[in-house]
Design a protein around this ligand. Structure first.
Ligand code: HEC
Length: 151
């Protein structure tokens, strides 16, 4: 009996130690830091950045981000913060690390709860940024490059 209790406790402990990783990878949205690191192994070249950001603007439209965000500096009465200087804001926060800002944007758009932005919990914003696990990786990469032009 004592031995059984020991095994039960061990099972509970090992499940707790695994935490979020106990969910099989296939059932997890590609929202983790692994996804961001895989999408941005290195900085894109200048021409790649340009090409991706043009496609990214289409992705921005396709997923109707503009229903909540203005692209200039003015909020224009919308639900979310204006994205006019998103790249600049996070480059300052992450000390000029271009790669880290791209990875953060990726993770934030996938799962804002786990990777909150600077306005998270700000009383000026009563709504929350919804997560987008459904954006295909290539499109999200382009979308992030588009947001990197906002500086
Ligand atoms: C239903 C409204 C809504 C939609 C749709 C939406 N957002 Fe947001 N977003 C918000 C709100 C509200 C915040 C600020 C509060 C928060 O982070 O929860 C935010 C925060 C952000 C931030 C962080 C800003 C910062 O500097 O910290 C980025 C980047 C962003 N959104 C990009 C996007 C993109 C890209 C899309 C489309 C794929 C999108 N949002 C769709 C409401 C929305």
């Amino acid at each position: 009996m004592k031995l059984l209790t020991f095994f039960a406790a061990a099972a509970v402990l090992s499940a707790a130690a695994c935490g979020g990783n106990s969910v099989p990878p296939a059932n997890r949205p590609a929202s983790g830091d692994e996804g961001a690191a895989a999408a941005f192994v290195a900085l894109p070249s200048a021409s790649e950045h340009k090409e991706l950001s043009v496609r990214g603007e289409e992705v921005y439209k396709k997923f109707v981000c503009g229903s909540c965000h203005a692209l200039g500096g003015d909020r224009q009465g919308l639900t979310g913060p204006p994205l006019g200087n998103t790249a600049e804001r996070h480059l300052v926060r992450l000390k000029g690390d271009e790669l880290a800002v791209r990875r953060w944007l990726w993770s934030h758009i996938r799962n804002p709860e786990a990777h909150p932005g600077v306005y998270h919990g700000d009383s000026a914003y009563s709504a929350k940024m919804p997560g987008y696990p459904q954006i295909p990786d290539e499109e999200l990469r382009a979308l992030v490059e588009f947001l990197m032009t906002k500086r």
